[in-house]
Design a protein around this ligand. Structure first.
Ligand SMILES: *Cc1c(COP(=O)(O)O)cnc(C)c1O
Length: 353
């Protein structure tokens, strides 16, 4: 693999990391559609395609990365290294699929789940005292609450017996924050979203700078069989190359839209953490929000997020997100021209009266 200079910025490292080195090598590690490489079996030993993606993502997050079949497969691998009966603390507002997964593991007797207000550091610390795993997500999906990762990690790391600190960094991306540097033990991503960036794959990844945890994650992948696809890993790395540039552009547009939405008469509340490409805004009720989704022409009315195309969804319409306001619309800001996006949003908002 090509060498990465420590002094290079993330933008440069995203371009350079995980490439073959030496004369005559292909520019990109090719897709290896193989279940075996001689005596190595792909589920156990990985493939060069996964390794290239893992090298590049690990470079951006500041640790060693392990790729999985999806974001949820990653969660399941992280949980797998904790004993039956573990107490897991999760934010009350967070990705619905992750909460459903943990709820299911509780129903089947695997774990005990404790939910806390994501913004309440004291509540996290109270719950952490009896927990094996803290599952942070910041900013949260879909309400964009921010958790003080550094404050929680600083306190918890001083304890003799302490829970594992995991941060779902899907919304922030490694360009927005690097949780390992803030004291987290493991960072996880749904690479399906911003890392892949083109809404054409499912993939997950976990990153740690603790060799024992990395070994446990690889072992969990082997045991559960939650392995990434060859094409998916290739595409995710292709997406990762442009992540810094995409994220900077989309974040600038999101900040602009957040500001304009704040001044709009139809909008009651804008939720924007001040960085990143995700924002949510609230209108009066479900009917108004549904109307806006129907009126939008450029912004796609679609679930999921993190692609080059902007998408909007009324999250309370989903069973897993019944706790959010009926009129909350989650907007994933893509790479269209900001003024075209604003024209579309403004026209759709003005149709509600
Ligand atoms: C989508 C998402 C996940 C789940 O990832 P999949 O790739 O769909 O399994 C986890 N966390 C967050 C914040 C997400 O948005």
């Amino acid at each position: 693999m090509a060498g990465v200079n420590e002094r290079w910025s993330a933008r440069t490292r995203a371009i350079v990391a995980g490439r073959p080195s030496g004369p005559g090598q292909p520019m990109n590690v090719p897709i290896t559609p193989a279940s075996m490489l001689g005596l190595e079996y792909s589920r156990e030993d990985g493939t060069p395609t996964w390794a290239a993606f893992e090298t590049a993502l690990g470079e951006l997050e500041g640790g060693e990365a392990v790729a999985f079949a999806s974001g949820i497969a990653t969660a399941s691998a992280v949980l797998d290294s904790h004993a039956v009966g573990a107490t897991v603390v999760v934010p009350r507002d967070s990705y619905a699929g992750t909460r459903s997964y943990f709820a299911h593991e509780q129903e089947t007797g695997r774990i005990t789940v404790v939910s806390v207000d994501p913004t309440d550091t004291g509540a996290w610390l109270d719950a952490a005292a009896d927990a094996e795993l803290l599952w942070l997500e910041s900013p949260t999906n879909p309400s964009l609450y921010v958790t003080d990762i550094a404050a929680i990690a600083r306190e918890v790391r001083s304890w003799e017996r302490r829970p594992t600190i995991v941060v779902d960094n899907t919304f922030a991306t490694p360009l927005g924050q690097q949780p390992l540097g803030l004291g987290a033990d493991v960072v996880v991503h749904s690479a399906t979203k911003f890392i892949g960036g083109h809404s054409d794959l499912l993939l997950g990844v976990a990153v740690s700078n603790d060799p024992a945890r990395v070994t446990a994650l690889r072992r969990a992948r082997t045991l559960i069989g939650a392995t990434p696809g060859a094409l998916e890993a290739f595409l995710a790395l292709r997406g990762l190359r442009t992540l810094p540039v995409r994220f900077a552009e989309a974040s600038a547009t999101a900040a602009l839209l957040a500001e304009r939405l704040t001044g709009h008469s139809v909008v009651n509340r804008v939720r924007y953490p001040g960085y990143g490409a995700m924002l949510s805004f609230e209108v009066a009720d479900a009917n108004s929000a549904d109307r806006i989704c129907r009126e939008l022409q450029l912004v796609q009315h679609a679930t999921s997020l993190g692609g080059v195309e902007s998408t909007v969804e009324r999250r309370a319409a989903r069973p897993g997100d019944a706790h959010v306001a009926e009129g909350l619309l989650r907007l994933s800001v893509g790479l269209e021209d900001p003024e075209d996006l604003w024209d579309d949003l403004n026209r759709a908002l003005c149709s509600v009266n």
